[in-house]
Ligand binder design. Structure first.
Ligand code: GLY
Length: 311
């Protein structure tokens, strides 16, 4: 049972992109996303804060090698993994994040630690120093699948602009979590290995307010091509629209109509303070699952593109 007045809500994503190639991949992905929803929603029912739930959800998604965050992150052009993650506490309206960090299991843990620091967004060198300071164990998030993908691409001289967003049997994609807790507080978290094959030093949207943003009214996590998300400033744009009085559904509809007009390749999930849940995409699929207080649902077979939907 929830300890507060508000019925908790939860939505998570494991990326967006081209369609799933077969039923096998879909079944495994559904199982993985639903299991994470079950565990994290139970925390919210026990009274966990939105930020605590978001951090736990991000950790679980980072630990699943299907997704392009934490273990299973894609390799950059030089064959290295550099990950980015951010957390936004909507009540405090505080953003924290780590950009292009290596050799750590859960980049979201750095974002969590940075919430209470004076300097709240650290990039590569500073993030590495923080890892040492926190004495987090050295961890290699590389998987065979991602190494093979990079080696194959190297033979093709990196002609692709990004790694697979939805691959099978291992899927992939930036991950994100948005939660509304039993006190009515909202938080959003996003974590990624980046696009894959990118230049050294390229900065992802996932640790920017363009890709992850929340206040007391709404929280949003984005996925897709980082540059497109940054150009739309999508997460902040939707949150500002809700803050100015639009419903979450209308804020998604307007923002995705603009993204579509601008030929962007992206997706987003969100929750507002009324408990509305929404998702949208300009690409073929968004791998999202949610708990609306009554039941678990997902978007894995939702083909409408471009599109916006609510639960
Ligand atoms: N949205 C993840 C990235 O482009 O880095």
């Amino acid at each position: 049972m929830s300890t507060g007045q508000v019925q908790p809500k939860l939505i998570i994503h494991g990326g967006a992109g081209s369609s799933l190639k077969g039923k096998g991949g879909l079944v495994a992905l559904r199982q993985s996303l639903h299991k994470i929803i079950e565990e994290v929603y139970a925390l919210l029912q026990e009274g966990a804060s939105a930020s605590e739930a978001v951090v736990r959800g991000c950790q679980l998604l980072e630990d699943d090698p299907r997704f392009n965050a934490g273990t299973g992150s894609v390799l950059q052009s030089d064959g290295q993994i550099r990950m980015s993650a951010s957390l936004m506490d909507g009540t405090a309206q505080k953003f924290s994040g780590a950009i292009n960090v290596s050799r750590v299991k859960n980049p979201i843990n750095l974002a969590k630690f940075l919430q209470s620091c004076r300097d709240r967004v650290l990039s590569d060198y500073g993030a590495a120093e923080l890892l040492r300071e926190l004495q987090l164990p050295i961890y290699n998030p590389l998987t065979d699948k991602r190494l093979q993908e990079w080696m194959d691409e190297r033979k093709e001289n990196f002609s692709r602009t990004m790694a697979d967003v939805v691959a099978e049997p291992a899927g992939s994609g930036t991950i994100g979590v948005v939660a509304l807790d039993s006190t009515g507080a909202i938080a959003a978290g996003t974590s990624t290995g980046g696009k894959g094959f990118e230049r050294i030093g390229r900065v992802s949207d996932s640790a920017m307010p363009a890709g992850n943003y929340a206040n007391a009214k709404a929280g949003i996590s984005c996925t897709g091509i980082g540059e497109d998300i940054i150009d739309e400033c999508l997460a902040a744009r939707i949150v500002v629209r809700v803050t100015d009085g639009l419903s979450l559904a209308t804020a998604f509809e307007r923002s995705f109509a603009e993204s579509e007009r601008n030929q962007r390749d992206l997706g987003a999930i969100g929750i507002d303070a009324t408990g509305a849940i929404a998702w949208g995409k300009t690409c073929e699929v968004i791998l999202a699952a949610y708990h609306n207080g009554e039941t678990i649902g997902d978007t894995l077979e939702w083909q409408t593109a471009p599109g916006v939907a609510t639960a």
